[in-house]
Design a protein around this ligand. Structure first.
Ligand SMILES: [Ca+2]
Ligand SMILES: [Ca+2]
Ligand SMILES: [Ca+2]
Length: 460
C-alpha cells in the first residue's frame, strides 16, 4: 500500500507538472492605451486608462480566480522605461472578467506605455503568463501649441491673394504631440466681427477673395494632437488696391541753355499710394534707357550734351504693386553756351586835350572755348558821378569770331562841345567810358563782355 501511495504521489506530481506545461497561461492578445480604441496622445494628466483582450477562462481551472497585473511605465529617455504606477485586477468565475482600468493618477508630460500580464489562481498562489503584453504607448501633452499668420504685405494688387500660417507644438517633458489642425478667422475692417474662414484644416495656406479698398484682418489658432488649443494669434492685416497709379513728367522748356537741367515728375494713386517711380531717357532717336529705377525722388538734375535732344518719361508703382504705363514723353534740346567772350582795349585810357573831338581805340574781342561768337552790337556809355550816366546809341555790327581766335575792332570815341562842357563842369573833369560787345553763341544764346576805359578831359 505504501509503495502504491508513493508511486501515486509521483504520478500525481507528474500529472500536475504536465498539466502546468500543457495549459500555460497566455498574456492578453493586445492592450490599448486609453478607455476604448488605442490612443497615442492625450492632454489628460489626472488619470490614465487601458483595456486589453481577455484571456481564455474555461476548462478545469474555470472556477479559479483570474487576474491581471499591470504596469504603467514612463520613458526616461534613451529608450529606457521605468515604472510610474502598477496595480492588479482580479475576477472570480463565473463573473465578467475585468479587462479595463481607469485610474486617478497625476502624470507628468512624457511618453508612457502600459504593460499587462495574466495571472490565474493556482494551488497556494498564482500562475503568471510568461510575457507581458505591451501597448504601443501614448504621450501626455498638456502644453498648447502656438500659431501665427505669416506676415502679409500691407497692400494687395489683386482681389485674390494667399494667406498662410504656421504653428509649432513645443516640446515639454521631452515630448510633443504635434499640430493636428488650424482654425483661421478673418474680419473685414478693424471693427468687423471675426468670421470663421478655415476650420480644423491641416492646410497652412489658402486663397482669400476680398473687395477693392477693403482691409482684412486674419488670425489663427492651432490644436495639437492631444487636444490642446492655442489662443488666437495676433492679427495680420492687408488691404486691396487694384487700381494703377498715374505719373506725369513736368514739361521742359524746348531749349536748355545749360547742359545741366532739372527734371521733375509727380504722381497720384487711388488707395495705397505711390511706392516708387521709374524714369527713362531717350537721346535723339535712340532707345529708351533707364535713368532711375525704384526711386522715391520726384526730381533730379540731368547732365546732357550740347546740341542733343532728349526725351524723358516716368511710370509709378503703387504700394500694392500696380504699375502705371509710361507717361507721355517730354522733350528738350540742349543749346548751352560753351564759349566765352573777353574784351581788351588799346589804349586802356584816353585823354581829350584842347580841340580834340575824336579818339580811336582798338577793341580786341577773343572767343575762348568751343563754338564761335557772332558780335551784333557795340554799346557805349559814359559814367560820371556828378552828371550821371549817358547811354549812346548802340552801333550795329556783324562780326564772327571763330572759336579760339581774336578780332580787332576800331572804335571812334567822339566828344562833342556840349559833352566836353558838361564834363569840365565837374570836379573830376573825367568820366568812365564803358564799352560793351554783345553777340550770340552758335545756339543763339546771348553773350556779352564789357570794358571800362577812364577818360580825362582837358580844359580849353
Ligand atoms: Ca497608443
Ligand atoms: Ca502640445
Ligand atoms: Ca493704387
Amino acid at each position: 500500500m505504501k509503495k502504491i501511495a508513493i508511486v501515486s504521489f509521483f504520478v500525481w506530481i507528474g500529472l500536475l507538472f504536465a498539466f502546468n506545461l500543457g495549459f500555460s497561461l497566455d498574456a492578453p492578445a493586445w492592450v490599448n492605451d486609453g478607455p476604448g480604441e488605442d490612443i497615442d496622445y492625450t492632454n489628460n494628466n489626472t488619470s490614465y486608462s487601458a483595456n486589453w483582450a481577455a484571456v481564455d477562462w474555461n476548462g478545469t481551472e474555470d472556477k479559479k480566480t483570474i487576474g491581471y497585473d499591470y504596469l504603467l511605465e514612463i520613458n526616461a529617455g534613451g529608450g529606457d522605461y521605468s515604472t510610474a504606477d502598477s496595480g492588479s485586477v482580479t475576477s472570480s468565475y463565473p463573473g465578467i472578467p475585468q479587462i479595463a482600468i481607469t485610474k486617478s493618477f497625476v502624470l507628468i508630460e512624457g511618453l508612457y506605455r502600459f504593460k499587462v500580464q495574466s495571472k490565474r489562481e493556482s494551488l497556494g498562489g498564482w500562475d503568471y503568463s510568461d510575457d507581458y503584453t505591451i501597448s504601443d504607448g501614448f504621450i501626455i501633452d498638456t502644453t498648447s501649441p502656438t500659431a501665427q499668420i505669416n506676415s502679409l504685405t500691407s497692400q494687395q494688387s489683386s482681389r485674390s491673394f494667399a494667406v498662410s500660417w504656421t504653428g509649432t507644438d513645443p516640446a515639454s517633458g521631452g515630448v510633443n504631440s504635434g499640430i493636428e489642425n488650424y482654425d483661421v478667422q478673418y474680419r473685414d475692417g478693424q471693427s468687423g466681427i471675426w468670421v470663421n474662414w478655415q476650420t480644423h484644416t491641416a492646410q497652412t495656406q489658402a486663397t482669400f477673395n476680398g473687395e477693392w479698398r477693403h482691409t482684412y484682418y486674419f488670425r489663427v489658432r492651432a490644436t495639437d494632437k492631444a487636444g490642446n488649443v492655442s489662443s488666437w494669434s495676433n492679427a495680420e492685416s492687408t488691404s486691396i488696391d487694384t487700381v494703377t497709379p498715374i505719373a506725369t513728367m513736368q514739361s521742359l522748356s524746348s531749349i536748355q541753355n545749360s547742359t545741366s537741367f532739372v527734371l521733375q515728375w509727380s504722381g497720384s494713386d487711388n488707395e495705397s499710394g505711390i511706392s516708387y517711380y521709374d524714369i527713362q531717357v531717350k537721346v535723339g532717336n535712340g532707345q529708351w534707357q533707364t535713368l532711375l529705377t525704384h526711386t522715391i525722388l520726384t526730381s533730379t538734375t540731368y547732365n546732357g550734351a550740347n546740341g542733343q535732344t532728349y526725351y524723358f518719361r516716368v511710370r509709378a508703382t503703387d504700394i500694392a504693386g500696380n504699375i502705371s504705363s509710361y507717361s507721355t514723353p517730354v522733350q528738350t534740346t540742349v543749346q548751352a553756351t560753351g564759349v566765352s567772350l573777353s574784351l581788351s582795349a588799346s589804349p586802356s585810357s584816353l585823354s581829350f586835350s584842347n580841340g580834340e573831338e575824336d579818339k580811336t581805340i582798338t577793341l580786341t574781342a577773343t572767343a575762348t572755348g568751343p563754338g564761335s561768337i557772332t558780335l551784333t552790337r557795340i554799346l557805349e556809355s559814359r559814367v560820371n558821378y556828378e552828371t550821371g550816366t549817358e547811354n549812346l546809341s548802340p552801333e550795329t555790327i556783324s562780326q564772327v569770331i571763330p572759336s579760339g581766335t581774336s578780332v580787332d575792332l576800331s572804335k571812334v570815341v567822339h566828344l562833342s562841345d556840349t559833352q566836353r562842357a558838361s564834363i569840365l563842369s565837374t570836379s573830376s573833369k573825367s568820366f568812365n567810358l564803358i564799352i560793351t560787345l554783345e553777340g550770340n553763341d552758335s545756339y543763339g544764346n546771348s553773350i556779352s563782355s564789357s570794358i571800362t576805359i577812364p577818360v580825362q578831359v582837358t580844359e580849353l
